[in-house]
Design a protein. Structure first.
Length: 337
């Protein structure tokens, strides 16, 4: 699997509608689900929690948990649903995750993480991967990151996605943990340099495709295997329309915002027919016209009109037309000048 670009698992954001929308922009990026806990997978509404559209492939299921038996069962269920990868969350810093003994707090228990991963690997034939931080609280990242990776590698894990920040479980909110702890990209590159046989992708604070390209540059002799984008891909999704060409080297034309909406349209129509409300899908599109004339009107129409009873794709059409009209007026003014 080509991991040069992946879209981060983000709670309340990267649901199935978001992933289908992102796939309309890039055919190559690896998409991730929101984290789903192993007990929820085992005991919950599996279709609601795990269902996805075939258009999303390649797509990975991220699990949360720390019980090897539960994780193995949840992984088997995920593979049966058709996921291309099972990923363990060793990075989420939320209070709920801490109370459940999973997420970032597992950085303190590398042997347990390795046991979990060994169980997942034995349970499935698809790749079993880890997404982690470089450490938590007062840990020395030079030690904690390598201990976690080495323990998992000894259990046969080959693929790691590293958020290049510590998580401060005491004193910082989950939101602050996304920005406040300093980034240490050099440590992630050192991990790849010293463990060249492992696949290492970097995550955290990467705001553009240009920055992604810089991380994939092997000028220092270190060739990272991939970059994971999070908020940048969500808040300015149009950048993904260039990803196949710029990061994967395809010779296909870039996908512009209007093309992406046309590609997303059949998915939206099918879900509307299933009874899904329009805002559940259009909320992921709000940043698509970022920086373009008419972007504010685009957001307003999708935010206000999509919530009205019976709203359908005509709302999306009006939002698109608002941008086209604004761009036409801008062009006329430019020509007049």
């Amino acid at each position: 699997m080509d991991r040069r670009l992946s879209i981060a698992p983000m709670m309340d954001w990267t649901d199935r509608h978001c992933r289908a929308f992102h796939r309309a922009l890039t055919s190559r990026a690896l998409l991730y689900t929101e984290m789903v806990t192993a007990p929820a997978v085992i005991h919950g509404d599996r279709e609601r929690l795990l269902g996805f559209d075939p258009v999303e492939h390649p797509v990975a299921l991220q699990l949360g948990g720390s019980d090897p038996v539960q994780l193995a069962e949840a992984a088997r269920i995920g593979e049966a649903f058709g996921y291309d990868e099972i990923n363990l969350n060793v990075g989420c810093p939320s209070d709920r995750v801490q109370s459940g003994r999973f997420g970032a707090c597992l950085m303190r228990e590398p042997a347990l993480v390795a046991d979990c991963m060994a169980s997942i690997r034995e349970a499935v034939s698809v790749p079993a991967t880890v997404k982690c931080r470089i450490g938590v609280d007062d840990q020395d990242p030079d030690i904690s990151l390598f201990e976690t990776v080495d323990a998992c590698a000894a259990a046969g894990v080959e693929v790691f996605v590293v958020h290049a920040r510590k998580a401060w479980l005491q004193g910082l909110s989950p939101k602050e943990n996304r920005d406040v702890p300093p980034l240490d990209y050099g440590l992630v590159r050192r991990l790849k340099r010293e463990r060249p046989h492992l696949s290492v992708s970097i995550n955290g604070g990467i705001a553009s495709l240009g920055e992604a390209e810089a991380h994939l540059d092997a000028a220092d002799g270190v060739q990272l295997d991939g970059v994971m984008l999070g908020r940048a891909a969500y808040h300015e999704p149009a950048i993904l329309g260039q990803a196949d060409r710029r990061l994967f080297g395809t010779d296909t034309p870039d996908t512009d915002a209007f093309d992406a909406i046309e590609r997303y349209r059949p998915y939206m129509a099918a879900r509307l027919a299933d009874g899904v409300h329009l805002p559940a899908m259009t909320r992921h599109m709000l940043g698509l016209m970022h920086g373009r004339p008419g972007a504010r009107a685009f957001r307003r129409i999708l935010t206000v009109e999509a919530t009205r009873s019976g709203a359908g794709l005509e709302v999306v059409d009006r939002a698109v037309e608002a941008v086209r009209e604004a761009e036409a007026r801008m062009e006329q003014r430019t020509e007049a000048a």
